[in-house]
Write a protein that binds this ligand. Structure first.
Ligand code: PMP
Length: 357
């Protein structure tokens, strides 16, 4: 088996032990004579897997009482609309902070439904920083922000200063570092970066916020429906939920979120140091105090050289380093399951490439 160092931004590399466990259990899940993907979502085996998954996420993320953990379909993109439909009251508005492509999309969806106030934005500098000046609307129902900007390579290191309910798109840094869940009213994340495969979105919703939801919505678009049925109103994405459970078990084996955070910071530091010590050969695109520890973005002298870098890196087993198609450049996505040796290999490659070109 030849597994490469996979820098893909999502779907992304997953822990080998989780993949192996899934493979080993795939044809005959726990002696049932069928695969987990052939099992009823209402049967005892899947029910147990979903409950274990929920319990592990609660434990690892330190989710307090008074929160629901939901497994929904439709990706994080569906949440952009759903949270606005549920939590912006009729005639009301919400505050959004725009830090890049995904925040912009969240705003666009919410604006179909209601009035949004962009309380801060870093668009003036091509989203290379996290804003520190805010123009909050006292009437806003909530404040929405994107904790990690997968495409621009920036990440929040402090929460937006507001007493309003905080709603966070945590798709690309959930479970990568310790957070205080009690400071948030809602967290949502597509699974395909730190949690598992694509297909399930984890929603962590505070009951206090859930209770304020608008009621006149189609059934599937109400959080209340999924809370009441514990994410089993319809057929949930069973295989992705089972995979999230396996990935969460792996995080626990590593020593929990504190332990993976330590490794994540080390990986990021290695690569940022290589950029910063390259005399401008590799130029980080994010402001120093806004840098992401998950998605590290950089540019080189010209696009031709970047193309050569990406191709030569791939040839030595470093895959997925191409920046998002909207921005170009180079992006190293190093989520929880990405190994420290991969970051070391990248640093070696960066030094050699610079020496040769
Ligand atoms: N938010 C962020 C921060 C993302 O990185 C992405 C996907 N890369 C999305 C939302 C959209 O997620 P999905 O494809 O699950 O709808």
């Amino acid at each position: 088996m030849n597994r490469v160092y996979n820098f893909n931004p999502g779907p992304a590399t997953l822990p080998l032990s989780a993949l192996e466990k899934a493979r080993n259990e795939f044809l005959d899940y726990l002696g049932t004579g069928m695969s987990i993907i052939e099992s009823s979502h209402r049967g005892p085996e899947f029910d147990q897997a979903a409950k274990d998954c929920q319990a592990l996420l609660k434990e690892l993320l330190g989710i307090p009482e008074g929160y629901h953990v939901l497994f929904l379909g439709g990706g994080a993109s569906t949440q952009f609309a759903m949270l606005a439909m549920n939590f912006i009251p009729k005639g009301g508005s919400a505050d959004y902070i725009n830090t890049g492509t995904w925040s912009t999309k969240a705003i666009k969806e919410a604006e179909i439904i209601a009035k949004c106030n962009v309380a801060a934005s870093s668009e003036d500098k091509n989203f290379c920083y996290i804003p520190d000046k805010f123009n909050f609307d006292t009437k806003a129902a909530f404040v929405h922000f994107t904790s990690n900007n997968t495409i621009k390579g920036t990440e929040w290191h402090n929460l937006p200063p507001t007493d309003k309910p905080l709603i966070c798109d945590m798709s690309s840094d959930i479970m990568s570092q310790q957070i205080d869940v009690s400071k948030y009213s809602m967290i949502y994340a597509g699974a395909q970066k730190n949690l598992g495969p694509s297909g399930v979105t984890v929603v962590i919703l505070k009951d206090e916020l859930a209770q304020t939801a608008n009621d006149d919505l189609p059934t599937m678009f109400k959080y209340a429906t999924h809370i009441k049925k514990d994410s089993m109103f319809n057929t949930p994405p069973t295989f992705p939920i089972y995979m999230v459970k396996l990935v969460a078990e792996w995080v626990k084996e590593q020593g929990g979120v504190a332990a993976v955070e330590k490794v994540n910071r080390k990986k990021a530091q290695l690569v940022y140091d290589a950029m910063d010590n390259s005399d401008g050969y590799y130029r980080g695109t994010a402001d120093l105090n806004s840098r992401s520890i998950m998605n590290l973005t950089m540019r080189m002298k010209d696009e031709g050289l970047e193309k050569q870098f990406i191709a030569e890196a791939k040839a030595v087993g470093l895959h997925g380093l191409k920046g998002h198609r909207s921005v170009g450049g180079i992006r190293a996505s190093m989520y929880n399951a990405f190994p420290l040796e991969g970051a070391e290999k990248l640093v070696d490659f960066m030094k050699k490439f610079k020496a040769n070109n």
